[in-house]
Design a protein around this ligand. Structure first.
Ligand SMILES: Cc1ncc(COP(=O)(O)O)c(C=O)c1O
Length: 394
């Protein structure tokens, strides 16, 4: 293979969150880190080259983002997602979460209600609550490991006049759904009818697997134009999350100018030099790398699938439609969330994301990050099996 995803790279000494915060999250550094959503792979060679070339200049003063930056985004969205946008619809943001926070500040007031669909990426809770908005949870419906949306409850929540914003994860972290046309259509109808704004977090959009296709809400339903913001980034796709570079697409001029003003008011608009370099190089030269990455992630997901089927068939697992984050159901082990976490850490010495951190619906689940070399994933599975051998007595 042209790109070596099997290479094991030591991340010690790089201040990696995934390594350094093990003590804080698991109470020990002695766990195999298969949690935080970045990957243990090198960025694409062209990205490394571009960063190194710019780093060689030695002056790292303030920079601007030019047509190179927005042009790369326009081209990426057109070629990868068949979405044709104007450069003028692009707004830089220093992350996808900051974009959501800007939207919360600008388009809702303290006390307003904001809908999220749970279980979901934990900061979705805190960014709503910490900004003094009321969180409304629409629990996803789980049927044999496959998650769907409860539209009845969504409609009821959206119909409350205090509900102003829907923070939508598409594809959904952690349940791995790439939402289908009919699902997006119903969300669009509900939000249009009840005038609820949508911030569509599409950070995982480039990582659809197994033939699934990412559908962009704003592209499919132009009637939503005046009430939708799409937030995207190269961070998950090309493993450059440490460079804090993302963007929002807002096709409605009025909406965009309000977002822009709030972004500036919060002083979030400057960005960093290397993030711009990485985005441009990723989008201009990263397609072949991304195709190889997706094949590798699929093979890792299939490895988990066959391991689970063979060695722990009681563990629930459905192949993800998107993302490198697998959602494993250990409910048949019959342990409380605290005991399950403790067993993984103390018996298995494996660091997975605790299911309940994504919401009460995650009790009995753990999230496994497969963005690592196959040998590491295999080791992680062996460690989970060790836990099973001690705790599962059917
Ligand atoms: C759904 C989702 N949104 C946002 C983020 C974080 O985005 P950022 O680091 O750009 O704020 C993540 C990271 O895992 C995520 O899974």
């Amino acid at each position: 293979m042209k790109f070596d995803f099997d290479e094991i790279i030591d991340r010690e000494g790089t201040d990696a969150f995934k390594l350094e915060l093990r003590e804080a999250f698991f109470g020990t550094n002695d766990v195999l880190p298969l949690w935080v959503a970045d990957m243990d792979f090198k960025a694409p060679p062209k990205v490394i080259e571009a960063i190194q070339e710019r780093a060689a200049h030695d002056i790292y003063g303030y920079t601007i983002r030019e047509e190179k930056f927005t042009g790369a985004i326009v081209n990426w969205l057109k070629t990868q997602h068949e979405w044709e946008i104007q450069e003028s619809s692009i707004e830089f943001t220093p992350g996808v979460l900051p974009a959501i926070v800007v939207a919360i500040h600008e388009f809702t007031n303290p006390g307003d209600k904001v809908i999220i669909q749970t279980p979901v990426y934990p900061p979705f809770y805190s960014i709503v609550r910490d900004n003094n908005r009321e969180l409304v949870k629409n629990s996803l419906v789980e049927t044999e490991g496959y998650y769907t949306i409860d539209f009845e409850s969504l409609e009821e929540q959206a119909s409350d006049p205090k509900t102003k914003l829907f923070v939508f994860s598409n594809p959904h972290n952690p349940v791995g759904r790439a939402w289908k046309y009919e699902e997006l259509k119903r969300i669009a109808e509900i939000c249009l009818k009840h005038e609820v704004m949508i911030i569509s977090d599409e950070i995982h959009s480039d990582l659809c697997l197994f033939g699934n296709k990412h559908l962009i809400m704003a592209d499919l339903f132009p009637e939503l134009k005046s009430q939708i913001i799409t937030s995207m980034a190269p961070s998950k796709t090309f493993n450059v999350a440490g460079l804090s570079t993302a963007y929002a697409i807002i096709e409605d001029e009025k909406l965009k100018s309000r977002f822009h003003k709030q972004l500036n008011a919060l002083q979030l608009h400057m960005g960093n030099l290397f993030g711009g370099v990485a985005l441009t190089a990723s989008y201009n030269y990263g397609v072949e790398w991304l195709e190889s990455l997706k094949s590798y992630l699929e093979s890792n997901a299939l490895l988990v699938d066959s391991f689970v089927k063979e060695h722990m068939p009681e563990v629930g697992f459905v192949l993800p439609e998107a993302t490198y984050l697998l959602w494993l159901d250990f409910r048949k082990w019959d342990l409380s969330p605290a005991k399950l976490k403790k067993a993984m850490v103390e018996i298995g010495k494996v660091g997975l994301n605790d299911g309940v951190s994504f919401g009460v619906e995650g009790a009995g689940f753990q999230r496994l990050n497969i963005g690592s070399p196959k040998a590491v994933i295999q080791e992680g599975l062996e460690r989970i099996l060790k836990v099973r051998n001690e705790v599962y007595h059917p």
